[in-house]
Design a protein around this ligand. Structure first.
Ligand SMILES: [Zn+2]
Length: 260
């Protein structure tokens, strides 16, 4: 296990040489959902190749890992800032609503994800759509979207994507490296990324872009709209493992001439 994760000084030096000095610009996009204001925080460099994106603010390991990577390699990075919870809460009038911000990118997803102590109103759905639109408006400027997630659910891992698993319907292909933790994996909508990562011996899943379950997640939105998408998923607390996966993805995107 350690040998698998500890190849990396040489690779990191190569990555540093590949990256050019970039002007960095920090921005905070304020999004008003009813009475509630949340922020889409962004650090943008002067290229529009890759956007790294964190959607769940409680997945701190993923935020720590990408921020530490960004200290070495300047990159575009955005995350939602609200109450450090998975779900985004907002208030309309005197009623409270929450959504999972990774379930708002389709109409069906929005309808299913809204929770409230009142009832699901048209306006509450409009606010969920507004949040989705703000994120979509950002990602559509980039050639590749790389999201970062952490999991804690013991039932959810790369094994969920195997035949008879809960996510089997979303899966076109899956490759499991038995020496890696099943909670640490990469998920993509692109066959050529899948093939590269499989050859490199990393846990990887290729989304079925035709027969997926429409849960409103960003991977589904990107699959429908043919936006190249990668999710780097690691167990909460697996900082080194997630950093390793970030490095291999960045290396892949640098080498395949896909964006550079
Ligand atoms: Zn997440």
């Amino acid at each position: 296990m350690m040998s698998f994760y500890s190849r990396n000084l040489r690779l990191f030096l190569v990555l540093m040489l590949l990256s050019k000095p970039q002007l960095m610009l920090a921005q905070n996009k304020l999004i008003k959902l009813g009475k509630t204001q949340i922020e889409l925080k962004q650090v943008l460099i002067n290229n529009k190749d890759i956007l790294f994106l964190n959607i769940h603010q409680d997945e701190q390991t993923s935020i720590d890992a990408i921020q530490s990577f960004a200290k070495v390699i300047p990159l575009n990075f955005a995350y939602l800032h609200h109450k450090q919870t998975r779900r985004v809460a907002y208030q309309i009038g005197k009623h409270n609503f929450t959504v999972d911000p990774n379930r708002i990118f389709t109409k069906q997803g929005r309808t299913n994800t809204i929770e409230t102590n009142y009832k699901v109103t048209i306006r509450s759905k409009l606010m969920a759509k507004k949040l989705a639109n703000e994120i979509v408006n950002l990602i559509k400027n980039f050639k590749v979207i790389v999201t970062l997630h952490n999991n804690t659910d013991v039932n959810y891992s790369i094994k969920s994507y195997l035949k008879d698993g809960e996510e089997a319907q979303n899966t076109a292909e899956v490759y499991v490296n038995p020496n890696m933790d099943a909670d640490d994996f990469i998920y993509t909508t692109e066959k050529k990324f899948f093939d590269y990562l499989k050859r490199a011996n990393y846990n990887v899943i290729l989304q079925d872009n035709n027969n997926f379950v429409n849960d409103g997640s960003l991977s589904i939105y990107c699959g429908i709209n043919q936006i190249p998408y990668i999710n780097i998923e690691a167990q909460l607390g697996h900082y080194n493992e997630q950093l390793e996966l970030i490095k291999i993805v960045y290396e892949m995107l640098s080498r395949t001439s896909y964006v550079f």
